[in-house]
Ligand binder design. Sequence first.
Ligand SMILES: NC(=O)c1ccc[n+]([C@@H]2O[C@H](COP(=O)([O-])OP(=O)(O)OC[C@H]3O[C@@H](n4cnc5c(N)ncnc54)[C@H](O)[C@@H]3O)[C@@H](O)[C@H]2O)c1
Ligand SMILES: [Zn+2]
Length: 351
Amino acid sequence: MRKIDLKDYSIFVGDIWNDLNAFLKEKKYSRIVIIVDKNTKKQCLPKLLDKTNIDKPILIKTKSGELNKSIKSCNKIWKEMMDEGIDRNGLCINLGGGVIGDMGGFCAATFKRGIDFIQIPTTLLSQVDSSIGGKLGVDFADVKNSVGLFKNPKAVFIDPCWLESLPYRQLRSGFGEIIKHSLIDDSKQWKELSQIKDLKKVDWSSILVPSLMVKKRIVEADPFEDNVRKALNFGHTVGHAVESHALHSDQPYLHGEAIAIGMICEAYLSAKITGLPDSELKNIKDFINFHYDKNHLKEDSFPFLIHLMTKDKKNERSEINFTMLTEIGKATINQTCNHDLILESLDYFNN
Ligand SMILES: NC(=O)c1ccc[n+]([C@@H]2O[C@H](COP(=O)([O-])OP(=O)(O)OC[C@H]3O[C@@H](n4cnc5c(N)ncnc54)[C@H](O)[C@@H]3O)[C@@H](O)[C@H]2O)c1
Ligand SMILES: [Zn+2]
């Protein structure tokens, strides 16, 4: 078990049960709400109930998937909390991936002006990314994460045991953010990741902590994303465009899969603009292509992808904003480049 202390809460990584039980015992909450979706109800809830002795938990089940990260689902959660008479001394446990973590956290942080909540992230992506950094919210009017707030949980309990039931593509999606963390801030972990040949055989407990430490360093330096937190956007300018474009196709990408494509393109831009050595660019491309299916971006979609990038909320003064690498393990924020070079980077991905 490893404990990572942030300013106002701790993240427990590994075999979480002793610490979770100690937390529950110490806090003496009046009632405990557990938010799950169909999958975490089946795969994770039995173990949570078995390993803790939560007295008469109130189970709130939401529909799974990004489409249900909505105010409509929040209405249901708030209503059930209200009907059950949850007061300010209640606790909300979010047992699930990033959708449940962001939305359950948002519901808890706003219910009766805020009740305590803890995160028990059950996907790789939520374990290394969304459960830390305090961003909560839901999608609104077709815009992702457009309603929400920053608020930290009382604690985060991360147990790799949940990953056993996680589908391979979901694992690979979370792995994209782990790769990103190493590229922007931890060249040593990049070397270790480079040895991985089969995601199904990884001992995640040794990978999670260094990856979380990268995000911790960055969000603590810049909690509200004024500057250095933008480093976490590496791969995300191109990646978000690719993800949005494919959203309504018959083959949508998972977030981390799209970011993997974005990282290859943005590493190319880094080699042209911020001095990433060509040998490192090649290593990044080869490693990502090894783990992710070889995709081809259709040339006739390129203008629309650029259009989507110009609409990215990270932009300033109508210029497309990138985080680039100067070398593996070092990022530099607020970079721009011309559209021709972005087109070249998409071609580089394809070839
Ligand atoms: N707050 C942040 O800083 C932050 C950062 C990154 C992403 N996010 C958000 O996270 C969300 C994506 O999170 P995600 O990738 O975890 O997706 P998700 O929550 O939709 O989970 C993916 C799928 O896995 C299932 N699942 C969860 N745990 C499982 C388990 N142990 N076994 C089997 N199935 C399981 C879920 O039911 C779901 O179908 C997005 O909404 C994104 O905006 C937030
Ligand atoms: Zn991401």
